[in-house]
Design a protein. Structure first.
Length: 134
């Protein structure tokens, strides 16, 4: 399976329709211990506030409570970088899903105590991304 990366995320293209992608990514995240704390429907918000038409775009605030607790114990202000956001967006011919790279937290805090937890979270999110159908 091919994943693309950017400095702050892991990208996955899928042929799943938008709603199926949201359902599937929520399920694979749960298998890795993440629950969804928030959902932001960017498409609906921009339509309502700015009367702008955009493709479907949903931000899921994913959290693994054990990992979040570990990071907050080591770096209390890391809450500014939590939860691990996952974006599901409609693109031509399918859907793209992007997972925040948890190593951003370690890079931004420069706290060695955060490293193992950030690495663990990245491994879990990468497995979730790899388990999505192409």
């Amino acid at each position: 399976m091919t994943l693309a990366t950017i400095n702050y995320g892991i990208l996955r293209n899928t042929s799943l329709g938008f709603d199926d992608a949201v359902e599937t990514v929520t399920a694979v995240l749960a298998e890795e211990g993440f629950g969804i704390l928030t959902q932001i429907d960017v498409q609906a918000t921009l339509k309502k506030k700015l009367d702008v038409d955009r493709p479907k775009y949903l931000i899921l605030g994913a959290c693994n409570p054990n990992l979040a607790n570990n990071v907050l114990n080591a770096e209390p202000w890391a809450g500014l970088l939590l939860p691990c956001n996952v974006v599901v967006q409609e693109i031509d011919g399918g859907t793209q899903i992007a997972f925040m790279d948890p190593e951003v937290i370690q890079r931004e805090t420069h706290n060695a105590a955060v490293f193992d937890t950030a690495y663990d979270a990245k491994e879990r999110l990468t497995r979730a991304a790899n388990s999505l159908p192409e």
